[in-house]
Design a binder for this molecule. Structure first.
Ligand SMILES: [Zn+2]
Length: 298
């Protein structure tokens, strides 16, 4: 059977990245202080809306059913965008409520925000939300039980790679194909009932891949080599963000890692994305479709 690629879009805006507002070491303390400082407002400027419309057109052109992972916060700013994406036939997934690192230190906050976000997204779309993606791909073992208790059927947050600059867990021995998680371990296959759809890796040193970020930093060939390598083992994942096809934001600071992170934003990445959509045309499915395919096979 031919392996598929779960196409996904993480609906966070650029200011929710770890270096902007999404971590302890971020430039702004949180999105509220960012809005005040950057937009002189108490809400965001809607940059994500026209970019999402471009993505919807692209997916329509290439007949790609995808999963859009919304944070509750972003869904609250743009409820019509959630409805529009769902009305176009795409799956709505949950990206927690606030885009930040949830780890061993905040299980109660994780669970409360998870619940709040899922309820809001289900209310907006009048359908069940079954897929989860962790902000900043930060996961901790306790989350598996919480995700099951909240009614999730799959997670797609694991890169089977080693920890890198505070990102990714130590998952270098995790399977590269979709698997059912062990109840206490994101890196191990088990019988918890919660599926994991891991991201692809590059064959040498299992470097992370399958994201807009890695495509922009390491290039198209790197992405294709990783996709081919991982597809040989089974279904895999690709994800990107709307801001990656947009203009470079003007920032009040210069940091080397931010410069790397924003490399090839806009037109160069949009072209790369079209090349990927063309190359793998017919093989993209949503997370929900992948879940249905895998459960049918068992
Ligand atoms: Zn995100």
């Amino acid at each position: 059977m031919v392996s598929n690629i779960m196409m996904s879009v993480d609906m966070d805006e650029w200011y929710q990245c770890r270096w902007a507002t999404g971590s302890q070491s971020a430039y702004w303390q949180d999105t509220a202080s960012f809005f005040k400082d950057y937009y002189k407002s108490n809400k965001p400027a809607g940059e994500i809306i026209p970019l999402t419309e471009v993505i919807l057109e692209l997916f329509d052109r290439f007949d790609i059913p995808a999963t859009f992972f919304f944070t509750g916060e972003v869904a609250g700013y743009y409820p019509h965008l959630v409805k529009k994406v769902a009305a176009c036939g795409h799956e709505i997934g949950c990206h927690n409520y606030v885009h930040k690192d949830y780890n061993e230190g905040n299980p109660e906050e994780f669970r409360a925000n998870l619940h709040k976000s899922k309820a809001l997204l289900e209310d907006l779309t009048s359908s069940e939300v079954i897929g989860y993606r962790a902000p900043n791909s930060t996961v901790s073992p306790y989350m598996i039980e919480s995700l099951l208790a909240e009614g999730f059927l799959y997670d797609s947050s694991v890169t089977p790679t080693r920890s890198f600059r505070g990102k990714f867990g130590n998952f270098k021995d995790a399977p590269k194909h979709p698997y059912i998680l062990d109840i206490h371990d994101f890196a191990r296959e088990g019988n918890s009932g919660l599926w994991e759809f891991p991201w692809p890796v590059f064959p040498i040193f299992r470097l992370p891949s399958g994201s807009g970020i890695m495509s922009r930093i390491a290039g198209y060939t790197y992405t294709v080599i990783s996709m081919e390598y991982t597809l040989r083992e089974g279904d895999t994942v690709y994800y990107f963000h709307p801001y990656e096809i947009g203009p470079k934001p003007s920032l009040p600071f210069k940091k080397v890692n931010t410069k790397v992170f924003l490399r090839n934003l806009g037109e160069p990445y949009r072209k790369m994305l079209i090349k990927l959509c063309t190359r793998y045309r017919g093989r993209f499915i949503s997370g929900k479709m992948l879940y249905e395919k895998l459960t049918r096979q068992r």
